[in-house]
Design a protein around this ligand. Structure first.
Ligand code: ZN
Length: 238
């Protein structure tokens, strides 16, 4: 299968929370999209891996994502080991995505910054002909980093105003995380549903405001942006 866009993240629901609107928007533009969850999120205080897998499939459907899989790296143990890099490189060769979205390389949760390094190095290794894995050598053209929760200035923001409501539904599909049952023990480490709603709204509003729209998702790319026409550039200055 050849994908146009692949998002790689540490835990199921990471993609929904950081770039779900962009995934949906690209699918609506006709691009083939996919999500690779590195772990099954089994260290989460709530919800079993089985429940989270069901939720992930439901969220993928809501975002029109055509391909989603879990690599099965132990949760809280994501690292750019040789073994993990070869496995992710195998997926890159299988899916041949043009563009890959990775988490930003600095984060509070070690799985998130390790996922960034692992994803980058796997994309690079996938292009080495002599790599001891199957599949034709292939390297994505572009890597962009999702910086929704990073303290860094994005290089661009995607307008997700039209996708915001559906993204919200996809995030809330992870009900075990955000909508605990009455019988669940209360947990201090987990985000309550009302706080999550406020937070996701504020973040998307903040980045939307920066480009003069309702809701946005921020990204960073290491390369400079190329511009052909400076007369019709978007986002007003005054
Ligand atoms: Zn995560």
């Amino acid at each position: 299968m050849n994908l146009d866009l692949l998002a790689i993240a540490a835990h199921p629901d990471d993609v929904e929370l950081t770039c779900g609107g962009t995934m949906l928007k690209m699918a609506q533009l006709g691009y083939k999209t996919g999500i690779l969850d590195l772990t099954a999120g089994e260290m989460g205080t709530r919800g079993t891996p089985k429940i989270r897998a069901k939720e992930a499939a439901r969220a993928a459907k809501l975002l029109n994502v055509g391909w989603r899989d879990t690599l099965g790296i132990p949760d809280s143990d994501v690292k750019a080991s040789r073994e993990c890099k070869l496995r992710v490189a195998g997926v890159i060769r299988q899916l041949r995505p043009k563009t890959v979205i990775l988490p930003y390389w600095e984060a509070r949760h070690p799985d998130h910054y390790h996922a960034s390094t692992l994803g980058y190095e796997a994309c690079f290794l996938a292009g080495l002909k002599q790599l001891p894995i199957t599949g034709e050598a292939y390297r994505p053209f572009k890597i962009v980093y999702s910086v929704s929760y990073a303290d860094v200035r994005p290089t661009f923001v995607v307008d997700i105003s039209d996708q915001y409501e559906q993204r919200r539904k996809a995030i809330l599909a992870f009900a075990s995380q955000f909508r605990p049952k009455e019988t669940d023990r209360p947990s201090k480490v987990h985000l309550a549903i009302d706080r999550l709603e406020v937070e996701m709204n504020q973040l998307a509003r903040h980045y939307g405001q920066m480009i003069g729209v309702q809701y946005g998702e921020p990204f960073l790319q290491k390369e400079l942006m190329k511009v052909e026409d400076v007369v019709t550039m978007e986002v007003r200055s005054l």
